[in-house]
Design a protein around this ligand. Structure first.
Ligand code: SF4
Length: 528
């Protein structure tokens, strides 16, 4: 479905802002690839691009790949921007640049929907999801693309059903320059974890696309050249378990039809470990990674943050169960909780060792607007606006103690020996449980072989020869090479390199301790 009935033609420039360097965007892995420059194609902006009237020319620029140029702004009649809180500074900068060309600029997406006040200079503020506010914005731009005299706020009251969503305009993005492909099946989550803004922004009753939409999107991604990993950006893949079960057979069939050309990943609550019927089908659909917000191994802390559902299965048992279906667990961890004690850091490191999870995003607690945590801390007068801090929360433990504990955890957890030992465990006890797939024609293609050779050359040279942890690397790499597991070697080496590099700099204070920190630094990923 697209906006219809608009005869006037407008040229629209969609600009996605650079992101501030963060643990979860893997930029230290990019130089090891064959030209990756950005993390994932942005679903929201590509969806809006696809929804615009069919006769409106659209240019999409991801400033993580290249900056919007004066020529882009001169071409456009209006500019659309979307992003997350962490991109706030960059979004305001795009607005400033567009205004230099006297263009009207509209902003939508999760950050402005939660905090319209962050964006005082924009001409149009789009609050909420795709819906009547979007139609209103399109109609206004069609009538008059000039900047309005004052800011106009449009709020979605009636959302477009996800079953009517068009396929995001993947063809406008340079998909091969992304680390991962992205796709979305559902929106919203039934739980209410205290720190999370998803239920407030997108609701507790997950909304859904149809399985046929998803397979059509996968077809489109494939046509656009995406092979490799595709991430379901759903807030919780099992937010509606029946819907997940409805989708999975379609994914299995699609993978069989296309020769398992994609490795799938998603986010889901840890209680997925109680659902063998889902896990078995995910294995068949070649899901290889699940991001679980474990947050903390401390049961009291989980209770306090209303994340009791993480305790439906003992955490380590849950991780092992997921691993037994061939899926690696990636874990979100939060430090700085009210329940933290001086020994929390050591307990976390013990958990890292025991769980053998290689990739954990360890963040300091940050209160996001529109969350129960924000409301509670505001009542307790514990929200701090100070850009020099790594968190806006007044922790119960001394601030320096919490930050130092975080730095130590980063340093120890991602020391090369420890990280590669956890990956070796995954090779032996997780990856070994994956489907054994025949080599596909896509894998045998010259383009794929060339890509692999470029990545291997980069990895061997930058890590195996020049790297200061090369001994650890070769101890892992040689058996992989003997087994002919080139793909596994490349994927572990790239991710591990990012984690090691990021953690080293983080442990000496060069990276933020929160992915959501208001400490807005210059984006460190060059946009050229
Ligand atoms: S389960 Fe995840 S998505 Fe759902 S409310 Fe909790 S943190 Fe948010």
């Amino acid at each position: 479905m697209r906006a219809e009935g608009i005869a006037t033609v407008r040229r629209i420039l969609c600009v996605f802002p650079r992101y501030t360097s963060s643990f979860g965007t893997f930029e230290y892995a990019y130089p090891l690839t064959d030209g990756v420059q950005a993390f994932m194609p942005p679903q929201g902006l590509l969806l809006i691009a696809a929804y615009l009237p069919a006769n409106w020319p659209v240019r999409f620029i991801d400033e993580n790949i290249r900056p919007a140029t004066p020529e882009d702004f001169q071409w456009a009649e209006a500019v659309l921007v979307s992003g997350m809180h962490i991109q706030r500074q960059q979004m305001n900068d795009i607005c400033r640049r567009a205004h230099a060309f006297d263009l009207a600029v509209a902003i939508g997406g999760p950050s402005v929907s939660a905090c319209p006040d962050y964006y005082p200079s924009f001409d149009y503020i789009h609050v909420g999801e795709l819906g009547d506010a979007t139609d209103d914005l399109i109609a206004r731009l069609a009538r008059d693309p000039a900047r309005p005299a004052q800011q106009v706020v449009l709020k979605t009251a009636e959302r477009v059903a996800m079953t009517d969503f068009p396929i995001p305009a993947y063809e406008l993005a340079e998909v091969k320059k992304y680390f991962l492909g992205s796709i979305q099946y559902s929106s919203g989550c039934p739980y209410q974890c205290e720190f999370c803004d998803i239920p407030g922004l997108y609701g507790r009753n997950p909304r859904l696309k149809s399985p046929q939409q998803i397979t059509a999107e996968l077809d489109r991604l494939l046509e656009c050249g995406v092979t490799g990993s595709v991430y379901f950006v759903d807030d919780n893949f099992i937010g509606n378990r029946k819907a997940a079960l409805d989708l999975l057979p379609h994914l299995v069939e699609w993978q069989k039809k296309t020769g398992y050309v994609m490795r799938l990943a998603c986010e889901a609550t840890l209680n997925i470990a109680k659902r063998p019927e889902i896990l078995e089908r995910m294995r068949e659909a070649f899901f290889v990674t699940i991001f679980c917000g474990i947050e903390t191994p401390d049961p009291d802390a989980l209770k306090a943050m209303q994340k009791d559902h993480n305790m439906m299965v003992p955490i380590l048992e849950g991780v092992r169960t997921i691993n037994s279906y061939g899926m690696e667990v990636v874990s979100g961890i939060i430090m700085g909780l009210d329940t933290d004690k001086p020994e929390t850091g050591d307990a976390l490191l013990a958990f890292v060792d025991e769980s053998r999870i290689p990739l954990l995003t360890i963040n300091l607690l940050q209160a996001l607007p529109q969350t129960p945590l924000w409301d509670r801390l505001a009542r307790e007068n514990r929200l701090i606006e100070d850009d020099s801090r790594d968190s806006n929360v007044d922790f119960l433990l001394p601030y320096d103690q919490v930050v130092n504990s975080w730095k130590k955890c980063m340093e120890v957890a991602f020391a090369p020996e420890k990280l590669y030992a956890r990956y070796q465990h995954q090779v032996d006890y997780t990856y070994a449980n994956r489907l054994k797939l025949p080599v596909t024609s896509e894998q045998k293609s010259w383009a794929n072989i060339r890509r692999g050779l470029i990545m291997l050359r980069n990895i061997f040279w930058k890590i195996g020869v020049l790297g200061d942890y090369r001994k650890v690397f070769w101890k892992f790499a040689l058996p992989r090479l003997r087994h002919g597991d080139i793909e596994g070697l490349i994927s572990v080496a790239m991710i591990a390199h990012h984690l090691i590099m990021f953690a080293r700099l983080a442990s000496v204070g060069h990276h933020n301790a929160s992915n959501y920190s208001i400490r807005l630094r210059e984006a460190s990923v060059p946009a050229e």
